[in-house]
Ligand binder design. Sequence first.
Ligand SMILES: O=C(O)CCC(=O)C(=O)O
Ligand SMILES: [Fe+2]
Length: 237
Amino acid sequence: MPDNIACRIAGLDWDSIRLSLDEHGYAKLPPMLESSQCEELIGGYGEEQLYRSTINMARYRFGLGEYKYYRAPLPDVIREMREAFYPPLADIANSWLKRLDKETLYPDSLSGFLEQCRREEQTRPTPLILKYEAGGYNCLHQDVYGSVFFPFQVVFALNQREQDYTGGEFLLVEQRPRAQSRGHVLTLERGEGLIFPTTHRPVSGSRGYYKTTLRHGVSTVTTGTRYSLGLVFHDAK
Ligand SMILES: O=C(O)CCC(=O)C(=O)O
Ligand SMILES: [Fe+2]
C-alpha cells in the first residue's frame, strides 16, 4: 500500500464507487487505514487534549457508548482523508442534486465547502471517534449540525470484528416514501471504510427520480469493545 492516504483515496476505483452509490446508496471501500494508523487513533482515545467534546450517548438517549469530536487542528490522517474524499464525493453529490432538479451546490474543494459552513456559523470540527463496550449500540440517526450539510459521510472500523468484538454491525435504514423501510447490515473489517448518505438519496422510479430518507446506527455489541472513526464533512454550529 502506498503510505500517502491522499494518494490511496485518489487511486480508489471511483467509477465503481459512483456506481455503487447510485445503485445502493452506499459503497464499501477496501482497507484504507493501516493497522498502525488504527492503533494510533485508538491509542489517542484517552488523550483529552485531542478532542473538543465527549458525548455520553446514554445521556441523550442516542444509544449506549461514547464518542469524542476531534479538536482543530485535526490529526493529519483525518484532515488528509477529509480533504481527499471531498472532491470526488462533491462531484457525485452534485450529480445527485441534478437528478432531483436542484441547483449544483457543492464547491469542488473542502475549503470552499467549509467556507459555506463558516458563513452559517458552523465552525466546530465534526470528525469523531466512537467507542462501544459490550451492550453498546447506536440508535438510528442522522448527523446534521446546522443548515449546511454534506450529503455523504464515511465511517471506518478501527478494530477487528470477531476478534476484538462481536455484534456491532453498521446499520443503514432507507425509508421510502409511502412504503415500508428497508434495512442494510454492513460489516467492516479493521481499516475498511464505508461511504453512506447523510440524510437522503435519489432513487430511480417510473416517473424520474424520487428521494428516500436514510438513517444509520450500530447494532448491539455483544462482546468486547468496538471503535470506529466517523468522517463528517460539514462543521457544526
Ligand atoms: O460507529 C459507527 O459505526 C457509526 C458511526 C456514526 O454514527 C457516524 O460515523 O456518523
Ligand atoms: Fe452517525
